[in-house]
Design a protein around this ligand. Structure first.
Ligand code: DGL
Length: 261
């Protein structure tokens, strides 16, 4: 039984959508979450910067003695996962592979992907999907405003509806089986996205990650009374993280600055 915590990182609140899925299914696992808020947004940065920032996140989590790391960020997964896996001797998983396994096994033929500009530029989703099945059609759409709006907590207002309508407008004329929320901030807009595309399966990558971990050897059952409290760290606490996090997790949240552990 490995009682060490699971480490997770994102640029901000988005990774909490993954945290929530993991916590729901694995309440006995302690999680150390890092929001790299000082460097938000990741979506508009170069691959080189994303790799550097991701390395720092991984190193912080390693200093907390985690047993595995989940990159709870589509942008960092798309551009830094392979580098990080080469560099560190600890299981590191991202949001893309488990999701690609799901969509290809489900036999979907037409798949939309929405994500940050950096993720779409990397073309990682399309490459990975086509490696498994070149017949699948992939439709990409970058949505650069959605992560910053989610950091503000603007995920269920009229502005959010308008912005999402605009980003999804090209999908309407297409036959589409599924839409991958390729940025971990986007499940926060799930209600509006479902309204816009009612006949399309909306895919939350957090759910796919949990499925993947449950099937793998990383996950071991522990008894409830041994669970320690999760820890949420930020690289900069001067932001709206706390309010948004409370709303996402529907509970009180305590945040710590990485500089004052
Ligand atoms: N949550 C992120 C992602 O999954 C990062 C968004 C951003 O920092 O731009 O891509």
């Amino acid at each position: 039984m490995d009682k060490k915590p699971i480490g997770m990182f994102d640029s901000g609140v988005g990774g909490l959508t993954v945290y929530k899925e993991v916590k729901n299914k694995m309440p006995n696992e302690k999680i150390i979450y890092l929001g790299d808020t000082i460097n938000f947004p990741y979506g508009s940065k170069s691959k080189e910067s994303i790799i550097e920032l991701s390395k720092k996140c991984v190193e912080f989590l390693l200093s907390k003695n985690v047993k595995m790391i989940i990159i709870a960020c589509g942008t960092a997964t798309s551009q830094a996962l392979e580098e990080l896996q080469k560099m560190y001797d600890i299981p590191i998983i991202g949001i893309i592979n488990p999701t690609v396994t799901y969509v290809t096994e489900r036999g979907f033929k037409d798949i939309g992907v929405i994500a940050t500009r950096g993720t779409i530029r990397s073309n990682s989703w399309e490459k990975k999907i086509k490696e498994k099945n070149p017949q699948i059609n992939v439709y990409n759409q970058e949505c650069p405003l959605l992560a910053p709006m989610a950091e503000e907590g603007w995920t269920e207002n009229q502005i959010a509806e308008l912005v999402i309508k605009e980003y999804l407008k090209d999908f309407h004329g297409k036959k589409m089986d599924a839409l991958i929320l390729g940025c971990t901030h986007y499940p926060l807009y799930e209600n509006i996205i479902k309204q816009e595309l009612p006949n399309v399966e909306i895919i939350n990558t957090g759910t796919r990650i949990v499925e993947f971990i449950e099937k793998s050897d990383f996950f071991e059952k522990q008894t409830l009374n041994e669970v320690e409290k999760d820890e949420i760290y930020l690289t900069d606490t001067e932001c709206n993280f706390l309010n948004v996090a409370k709303n996402i997790l529907k509970q009180d949240v305590e945040i710590r600055s990485i500089n004052k552990n």
